[in-house]
Design a protein around this ligand. Structure first.
Ligand code: FES
Length: 160
């Protein structure tokens, strides 16, 4: 780690290990972003710039990847991100009601983070769980057939 590095030694080692698995450094870009995001929760501009340098990419190139891939966050998010599907099947099966129920419990709308920094709610395209719509990803847990009872269980501190 250089004196100027923003990334930790563990992050630098992790990225080096990822790069070693690919024929080109830039091929490790998504894995590298995910690795760094794991602890930091989001990829700040200066962090992105250092990762880009390590991968031999321009900042703009890596930012294009980061902003295209919807599980990489470029803005601060809460401890738990609630990704609520807004694709067609979930829309038909009550996604809007689920969004309203979450909003009521947590006092946030799509794209917002609770005042205590615990939760962020974001829309996401189809999660591939359409047969259990409406669906959401809560942290790393895929949840189907989301309804008020489920939300009471998942967000006990914020019962409606
Ligand atoms: S449309 Fe929501 S999981 Fe597929």
């Amino acid at each position: 780690m250089t004196a100027k590095s923003i990334l930790t030694a563990a992050e630098l080692d992790g990225i080096a290990a990822l790069i070693s698995h690919y024929p080109t450094a830039r091929a490790a870009c998504i894995d590298s972003l995910k690795l760094v995001q794991e602890k930091r929760r989001y990829i700040a501009d200066d962090v992105l710039a250092e990762i880009a340098h390590l991968l031999g990419m321009s900042v703009a190139e890596l930012d294009e990847v980061a902003t295209f891939y919807n599980l990489i966050y470029r803005q601060p998010v809460g401890e738990t991100v609630i990704l609520l599907c807004d694709s067609v099947t979930c829309w038909m099966m009550g996604r809007n009601q689920v969004a309203a129920d979450i909003s009521k419990r947590l006092a946030i709308k799509d794209g917002e983070t609770t005042a205590d920094g615990k939760y962020t709610m974001l829309p996401i395209v189809c999660l591939g769980h359409c047969d259990h719509a409406p669906a959401m990803l809560m942290g790393k847990t895929l949840v189907g057939n989301v309804d008020a009872a489920q939300l009471d269980r998942l967000l006990p501190e914020a019962r409606a």
